[in-house]
Design a protein around this ligand. Structure first.
Ligand SMILES: *[C@@H]1O[C@H](CO)[C@@H](O)[C@H](O)[C@H]1NC(C)=O
Ligand SMILES: *[C@@H]1O[C@H](CO)[C@@H](O)[C@H](O)[C@H]1NC(C)=O
Ligand SMILES: *[C@@H]1O[C@H](CO)[C@@H](O)[C@H](O)[C@H]1NC(C)=O
Ligand SMILES: *[C@@H]1O[C@H](CO)[C@@H](O)[C@H](O)[C@H]1NC(C)=O
Length: 938
């Protein structure tokens, strides 16, 4: 039969995996439900939030009259001017209102006064603070003092000037006079808070008359504002550095008293003259530092320009600054995109969720030793990796598609607003990385439960650490970027960062309407996505290679050294010889029985003229386990010579711990021989195990089965691995099931988890025989079987051995006798005898066993009687009246024994007696006892 091709193997594995997946409906549904439920949860919360924000308080400009919180619609007044600041931001404003331009003024209690640290005589006395009537100070300096003096002299008028044309109109007033407010500015100019907070508006004058201090009111929008006079002081300073130091000292904490001494603004005329206007202006920007507000600066620029113009062209000239106003804008809704806010943490969990799934599946095959079982039946590493990887990738891609599509259908912004191609690339690279990582991590675990628990702790821990620690570092701009990159080397954080960036873009994009992340955004310095993609891609490649490399070492048992890829460079050492054993072997060889020596000679002859006819040839095979913790080395197999031709079933008998399993493990490639060689179909087990696997069948001592696959599916899989196809495969599986009693009562289509121990055993045997392997190893195939099943198993093996070599270990002499053409008794790591059952019995069983039971008074009489029959009789057993003797066959005739017993019966009461020819069991016990006796001697 041709060796199965790469694609045959891949096909077999793929079909098995698909069946496996089909069985796991519950797990699959749970898996897909998880993202769906999370998406629905986010969606539901989003709906709640949206309905909350649909209420009037979050809509443009309607309030109840008289400041009531609830009222009928008819009692409401609407319009931007009734909106508070939040609402105003949402209003449609086709015609933004005009607002009188204002100066930013310090509050009366903060206005600059004379103090110990600001001892200038021109500052007002601190007593003005009691009446809240402190003047507003402005500082100025220039290269030409007289020029500056002249210019600033005309800055403020001496009386409130009202144009007749705009009588008592705030805009006209603000254009003709300098108005200011000490209220905090807003974020835009749709609403000027100065006119709605109820604080007075100040008009600045050189001096306020007593009458003016009480103020008057002017209409604006629907309100009346109170207009109050405030005195403005223009103070000359010799240099700009002086101004600087005064401003600094006035600032909270700048002076020793811890007092605030605020100055409205300061001007430096620099080198200005009649022909040149060059001014710098100081203003207080602290208002805007945290809340991103609009500063009231334009009026101060107009103020100084206007004064300069009047200096040039005379007091009649004025540049009137009537109002400020925003650009028109459409109405917007207040929307809080929850998917972006919560998304990062939730969706990190969703994506990480795949990791335990892949890991568990890999560890399961490892725990159940299924990987090695598949390998022993010919599955190569190439197809295994390709299909396993592709299979997990397909599952992951499906899962992610469900997730993204479902999220998009629900309209979650994080999916809909970001570019789908960036999302695809990001998720695709990540799931690849995650699968490679699972392959790598699976080598650490040997137990599914531990792996699952650890993986889930990892998933939730990563999410939480990401949300509460990593994100904090990312947002903190002073945290060194280099360390963030280092943290992103942990794939969970890389995922978190990527999702975080998507969320940032979708959140900001949905508010500002600019859209989410696109490819060109990757180049932005604040966008961490580029680094994340590079890190993940590089890590994926590295981890994939590492995982493959470690898998090569582990999956092949100890056959490959960790440096296996250097093998080509290493000098091939001649056969290693182990001097330690030489001594022992020599002693043994003297003791060796004729048949064992014959076997050795046969092997040597075969090796001189290799023929394919001998399926198995073992040449001085040895296995030594190095002693640990001061124990001596353990010789599991000490120099085994054996040849098994095609068509023979060779039985290996031996007590527990004799080395049978060590021998089988070497032959099936689980362990490497310490020295010696073995050839299977002419291929060396040390170098060509891969080739041997394709012609080999193994029934291991412990059943290695997939719990959720049926018996038929197992056989189909292994059959395909062995290159069976189509109707041949179906027929082979059918026959195999029938012959091993697995066909009736639907057993074949039950999952293996429901099988009894015996059924599993029969399935294992069926697996080892499917696909016509040339060599089959069966490690105690019939253990745990009921007599009927055992009989049918024997028939199968008998039938199977016709055209293949079978090595079978067993504890059942009956089985050995029934099945095996030749037997070897294996004790203490070496064969004690080899031969067919009859020969062995004849050679070792040259005795009859005579048993007689009497009352204990007559034991001596029995003994005497036996010694009369033959003086060479040997007592082997004695217990309260029952005695067993071995009688050499050449000394006694059966007739004599009967006569002696008849005579004895006349003398005393014989309750029972018997005479048996030797059984194989006797041979076995005898051989084992002899070998052990030798062992204690040596
Ligand atoms: C300063 O300005 C005045 C006009 O205001 C001018 O007459 C005078 O020459 C200037 N002084 C210098 C030193 O430029
Ligand atoms: C500015 O300089 C003049 C002389 O150049 C001096 O008399 C005056 O005291 C100085 N003013 C201040 C506030 O230092
Ligand atoms: C600027 O304004 C803030 C806020 O009112 C105030 O705390 C600070 O002292 C002012 N700074 C100066 C230099 O006046
Ligand atoms: C304005 O003043 C600054 C500072 O003294 C000076 O560097 C700059 O050249 C002046 N500009 C003009 C046009 O003279």
């Amino acid at each position: 039969m041709a060796n199965p091709s790469f694609w045959t193997q891949a096909n077999a594995l793929l079909r098995k995996n698909l069946t496996f997946q089909k069985r796991n409906v519950k797990t699959n549904v749970q898996l897909v439900l998880f993202p769906v439920i999370l998406c629905l949860l986010v969606f539901a919360l989003q709906c709640v939030i949206d309905t909350q924000f649909d209420k009037p308080e979050f809509k443009c400009g309607c309030v109840c009259r008289n400041n009531r919180t609830r009222c009928a619609d008819s009692e409401k007044v609407c319009g931007i001017q009734y909106s508070d600041l939040l609402q105003a931001a949402l209003c449609a404003i086709p015609k933004p209102p005009q607002w009188p331009p204002l100066l930013q003024l310090p509050e009366p209690s903060n206005r600059a006064v004379r103090t110990a640290s600001l001892p200038f005589s021109d500052f007002p006395d601190a007593s003005c603070r009691i009446t809240d009537s402190c003047p507003l100070t402005m500082l100025f300096t220039a290269e030409n003092h007289s020029l500056a003096q002249t210019v600033t002299a005309s800055m403020f008028g001496s009386a409130l000037s009202m144009s007749d044309y705009y009588d008592r109109d705030i805009y006209a007033t603000s254009a003709m006079n300098v108005l200011g407010s000490d209220s905090a500015p807003g974020q835009n100019n749709f609403i000027e808070p100065a006119f709605s907070t109820g604080l007075p508006i100040y008009y600045l004058q050189r001096n306020c008359s007593d009458a003016e201090k009480f103020g008057l009111s002017l209409p604006i929008a629907d309100n009346e504002v109170e207009l109050k006079c405030a005195q403005a002081l223009n103070l000359w300073r010799n240099s700009s550095s002086e101004i600087n130091s005064e401003l600094y000292k006035g600032y909270y904490g700048g002076n020793t008293e811890g007092q605030v001494n605020e100055i409205v603004s300061a001007f430096d005329f620099l080198n200005s003259n009649e022909n040149r206007y060059n001014v710098s202006i100081w203003y207080n920007s602290t208002y805007g530092r945290h809340t991103n507000v609009l500063l009231r600066i334009p009026r101060s620029i107009n103020l100084i320009s206007n004064s300069y113009l009047q200096f040039l062209l005379g007091p009649g000239t004025k540049v009137l600054f009537e109002f400020v106003k925003e650009m028109p804008k459409p109405e917007s809704n207040f929307r809080l995109d929850l998917s972006s806010l919560l998304g990062t943490l939730f969706f990190t969990w969703v994506v990480l969720q795949l990791f335990p799934v892949v890991l568990t599946s890999l560890v399961y095959e490892k725990q159940q030793k299924l990987r090695i079982m598949m390998k022993m039946h010919g599955l190569g590493d190439g197809p295994y990796w390709m299909i396993s990887y592709g299979y997990f990738l397909a599952i992951s891609v499906t899962y992610m598609l469900c997730f993204v599509i479902f999220g998009s259908l629900l309209g979650l912004k994080i999916f809909t607003i970001n570019d789908y191609s960036t999302q695809f690339v990001f998720y695709f690279i990540y799931i690849n990385l995650q699968i490679a990582l699972a392959f790598l991590v699976s080598s650490i675990f040997s137990n599914v439960k531990t792996a699952t628990v650890t993986a889930y702790i990892g998933v939730f821990g990563t999410g939480l650490l990401g949300g509460f620690l990593f994100q904090f570092f990312v947002q903190n701009t002073s945290f060194p970027r280099g360390w963030i990159i280092v943290m992103e080397l942990y794939p969970g954080f890389a995922l978190y960062r990527g999702l975080y960036e998507f969320a940032q873009f979708s959140f900001e994009g949905s508010i500002s309407g600019t859209g989410g992340m696109k490819w060109q955004n990757l180049s932005e310095s604040t966008n961490g996505m580029k680094e994340v993609l590079i890190i993940m891609l590089a890590e994926w490649i590295v981890i994939l290679f590492a995982a493959f490399y470690i898998d090569q070492i582990l999956s092949s048992g100890s056959r490959k050294s960790p440096l296996f890829f250097l093998k080509g460079f290493q000098k091939k050492t001649p056969f290693p010889n182990l001097d330690t054993q030489m001594q022992v072997s020599k002693v043994f060889s003297q003791m060796e029985k004729r048949d064992v020596i014959q076997e050795k000679e046969k092997v040597e002859e075969l090796l001189r003229e290799p023929t394919i006819n001998h399926a198995i040839v073992c040449d001085d095979l040895k296995k030594v386990y190095p002693g640990r913790d001061g124990n001596p080395d353990k010789f599991a197999v000490r120099g085994l010579f054996l040849s098994v031709p095609q068509g023979e079933c060779f039985g290996m008998l031996g007590p527990n711990g004799a080395g049978k399993t060590s021998f089988i493990n070497m032959m099936i490639g689980l362990t490497k021989p310490t020295s010696g060689a073995a050839f299977v179909q002419g291929l060396d087990i040390r170098t060509h195990m891969e080739g041997i696997y394709t012609t080999m069948g193994v029934c291991p001592q412990h059943d290695l089965l997939w719990e959720s696959l049926t018996g038929r599916e197992h056989l189909l899989f292994y059959g395909r691995l062995k290159n069976l196809k189509g109707s041949v495969l179906a027929q082979a599986v059918e026959e195999s099931l029938k012959s091993l009693n697995l066909f009736h009562g639907g057993v074949a289509d039950k999952q293996a988890r429901k099988y009894s121990g015996g059924m599993k055993r029969r399935l294992s045997v069926a697996i080892s025989l499917i696909g016509d392997p040339r060599v089959v190893y069966m490690d105690e195939p019939s253990s745990g079987l009921d007599p009927a099943s055992r009989k049918s198993l024997w028939n199968v093996v008998k039938h199977a051995k016709q055209n293949r070599a079978i090595i079978l270990t067993t504890h059942s002499m009956e089985e050995a006798e029934a099945l095996c053409d030749r037997l070897g008794i294996f004790v203490n790591g070496s064969l004690q005898c080899v031969g067919n059952p009859k020969e062995l019995k004849a050679r070792y069983g040259g005795t009859y066993v005579f048993t007689m039971t009497t009352s204990s008074d007559h034991e001596k009489d029995v003994e005497n009687m036996v010694h009369r029959l033959t003086p060479n009789a040997n007592k082997i057993y004695h217990l309260s009246g029952t005695q067993k003797f071995e009688l050499p066959k050449e000394d006694v005739r059966i007739g004599d024994v009967f006569q002696a017993v008849d005579a004895a019966k006349r003398n005393f009461t014989v309750s029972a007696w018997g005479l048996v020819d030797t059984t194989l069991e006797d041979v076995f016990i005898k051989v084992a006892r002899d070998a052990n006796a030798f062992d204690t001697l040596s």
